[in-house]
Design a protein around this ligand. Structure first.
Ligand code: NAP
Length: 288
């Protein structure tokens, strides 16, 4: 098995660029995307090959990456009809960059052993811009020896790659990330709206307070667009709702209290009902 051969399954907003970085780093990349036209577009931008199914895509690969939507999608790609696991080489590694539940990570990790392969849950943070610029943050769950083999490949699209613990720990870390963002965005929305209603120059306010204790990535990157009512970009509300549901389900198991996260998820549901499902998560301010 050639160590340079890799596969990437799912060329969405994130996967398209992540696969691109692997190609630019010199790996022989075989891509699979359910909608074939995206594979064709990818092959115009980067060098590699395309396959018609996950099973076909993974045949000669040392590492197989996936970045699809949710639990059902990743299960489908791995062990559904024409699933990747059925054709992966013994000793090869599946790296799942999807944001999904810790349960599905553990299930697929257990399942992978039956095929003589290894599985890492490796959700990412950093958004589309992070994927384009190859500076994602990757939180990984799985075995250390497997992580050490996969890390140089993951490095091609990341600025920080960290093993968080055993299988599922990557997804659990991503849940913490999403819980921290949800409440913060509501606070930012309320602050900006309050400032605007008070007649303050919001740009000036943000310039000043972002240097103090209120500063955050969201404030630096979203405050201006929020104050202008621009939300047609970024991280879609429907994905955040999916992520917060994963967090809430997990909290029912570990008995964590998530009163604010649950409230914000209700706000996102309201925005989705109003047709704003593809708007950026900072559009919480619309409800104020
Ligand atoms: N977008 C962000 O800013 C961001 C940031 C961090 C993490 N994430 C996470 O990263 C993952 C991907 O996000 P994204 O924004 O790239 O999503 P996306 O643009 O909607 O892309 C999803 C990809 O998954 C494929 N797919 C979905 N279900 C499938 C199935 N059953 N079988 C085969 N392929 C399937 C889609 O194929 P088609 O082209 O055929 O639809 C598409 O290639 C999500 O879990 C998301 O929560 C996203």
């Amino acid at each position: 098995m050639d160590e340079n051969n890799i596969s990437f399954l799912g060329l969405g907003v994130m996967g398209y660029h992540m696969a691109g970085h692997l190609s630019k780093a010199g790996y022989n990349v075989t891509v699979y995307n359910r909608t074939e036209s995206k594979s064709d577009k990818w092959l115009k931008d980067f060098s590699g090959k395309k396959a018609n199914t996950p099973k076909e895509a993974v045949k000669d690969s040392k590492i197989v990456f996936a970045c699809v939507g949710n639990d059902n999608d990743i299960k489908d790609i791995c062990i559904g009809n024409n699933g990747a696991f059925y054709a992966m080489n013994e000793g090869s590694i599946f790296v799942d960059n999807t944001t999904a539940s810790a349960d599905i990570a553990r299930l697929l990790n257990d399942n992978s052993k039956e095929y003589g392969i290894s599985f890492l849950d490796a959700p990412v943070s950093g958004g589309e811009a992070g994927a384009i610029n190859g500076v994602l943050t990757v939180m990984v769950g799985g075995q250390e020896d497997v992580f050490n083999i996969a890390k140089p490949y993951i490095d091609t699209y990341s600025q920080a790659v960290t093993l968080m613990g055993k299988s599922g720990a990557g997804q659990l870390t991503k849940m913490v990330n999403q819980i921290c963002i949800a409440g913060l965005l509501q606070g930012l929305s309320e602050g900006i709206k309050f400032g605007m209603l008070s007649g303050l120059d919001i740009k000036k306010v943000v310039d000043v307070i972002s240097k103090g204790a209120a500063g955050s990535w969201q404030m630096a990157n979203r405050a201006e667009t929020m104050s202008k009512g621009e939300f047609d970009f970024g991280f879609a509300i429907e994905l955040m709702h999916k992520d917060l549901q994963i967090c809430i389900n997990e909290s029912n198991k570990n008995n964590a209290n998530l009163p604010v996260t649950k409230l914000i998820d209700e706000f996102y549901k309201k925005l989705i009902e109003q047709g704003y499902n593809r708007n950026d998560t900072s559009s919480l301010i619309r409800l104020l």
